[in-house]
Design a protein around this ligand. Structure first.
Ligand code: NAP
Length: 344
């Protein structure tokens, strides 16, 4: 069966996902698109040679009886409405982060999905599909280093533009660590504090850079997560878990090692899209395959979207107050306890 997809939001990531579905992955076909910028929707149809209807808005697109699944790739504040519409229509949803811009919005989605009685939603936390993270998770699940005690991780970008402000270190950058780390160690967050080291001269007036987030988990694991978005040297994701019996570290991206002129060197990537290209492909293929095979997506859930929203809110509050802020999550509903994120 080919899953017929409607895409809401034909900006940067919407176009990339359309390209994936049409040219790289199997089992899906884009049959409808919409965007507040209608020209952009028509352009996507033309550029990707789609046999698809352009709808004026998400209400009309979701109402198309031929659409099986909706991809929500518009800007964050529009996600909640589109996801709720799709759930109410009983359609599958792949939603880019954030699931909603508030914890309350995520809860509305969680409630609506439970009312439908089966999983419909997958959130676009693609790190869970990155080969390095999959290996790291396997090492932890296989108890290779014993119980985790501490995590040191870094999210470094070579540079960002003037629109990137201090809070975006949480909403655009750390958000991926927030999802990946609780999944890695199967634990929930308890509190967060933020420290601001000396600001790099490469930042601008409205961006404190770098920042270090100290997260504590309910199980007592201490996490140091550095966000440094003007690091200059490359796009670099690091993650090291210290356990009772040893250390497990995210593998470096494969790159040839050159010995030349008294130097030993290898390249570091510059672009997040290239770093996680394979992960994006795998997450969407997994979504399509799971819907086809099991009638439910199996990747990150609406509840994971809720956890990310609550944690991000606490991180923002910690940035503003300089205090350690509690992360108060509601109890996980049984509906989501039975969900196991399939990684490949
Ligand atoms: P973008 O290039 O600005 O694209 C967003 C598109 O949605 C634009 O065409 C925008 O139109 C449109 N839009 C805004 N409001 C809409 C609405 N109410 N209904 C329909 N379309 C609407 O942004 P992007 O980089 O593609 O990001 C889109 C989403 O994906 C964001 O939530 C972002 O956080 C997420 N994302 C995730 C990852 C990841 O690693 N998982 C990576 C990149 C982006 P206008 O241009 O006219 O406003």
């Amino acid at each position: 069966m080919t899953i017929k997809i409607g895409v809401i939001g034909t900006g940067a990531i919407g176009r990339e996902h359309i390209d994936r579905i049409e040219n790289i992955l199997s089992g899906g076909e884009v049959k409808a698109v919409t965007d507040v910028n209608q020209e952009s929707a028509y352009k996507a149809v033309k550029d990707y040679n789609l046999d698809a209807t352009v709808y004026p808005d998400d209400v009309a697109l979701v109402g198309d009886p031929n659409i099986d699944a909706v991809f929500v790739t518009s800007w964050g504040p529009a996600h909640e409405q589109s996801v709720l519409l799709a759930i109410e229509a009983g359609k599958y949803v792949f939603c880019e982060k954030p699931l909603a811009t508030s914890a309350e919005g995520c809860m509305r989605i969680v409630d609506a999905e439970q009312k439908q009685g089966k999983r419909l939603v997958q959130v676009g936390f693609m790190r869970r599909y990155d080969e390095g993270y999959v290996q790291l998770k396997e090492a932890l699940d296989n108890n290779e280093i014993g119980d985790p005690l501490m995590i040191h991780c870094s999210h470094r970008n070579p540079g960002v533009d003037e629109n990137y402000k201090t809070n975006m270190a949480v909403t655009e950058t750390l958000i991926h660590e927030i999802d990946a780390l609780h999944w890695l160690i199967d634990d929930n967050y308890e509190s967060v504090r933020v420290d601001f080291p000396r600001k790099t001269k490469h930042s601008h007036a409205e961006l404190q850079d770098p920042q270090v987030f100290t997260l504590k988990t309910q199980g007592g694991v201490l996490i140091h997560a550095e966000v440094f978005v003007n690091c200059k040297y490359g796009y670099d994701i690091q993650c090291e878990v210290m356990g009772e019996e040893g250390i497990a570290k995210l593998p470096e991206v494969a790159s040839v090692v050159v010995r030349k002129e008294s130097k030993l060197s290898s390249n570091i990537l510059n672009d997040w899209k290239i770093r996680f290209m394979d992960a994006y492909n795998k997450e969407l293929q997994n979504f399509l395959d799971s819907v086809e095979k099991y009638g439910e997506p199996q990747g990150p859930t609406s509840w994971d979207g809720y956890i990310a929203a609550v944690t991000a809110d606490a991180c923002l509050q910690a940035q503003e107050t300089g205090e350690e802020v509690d992360i108060k999550l509601q109890d996980t509903p049984d509906f989501y306890k039975k969900q196991v994120a399939v990684r490949n």
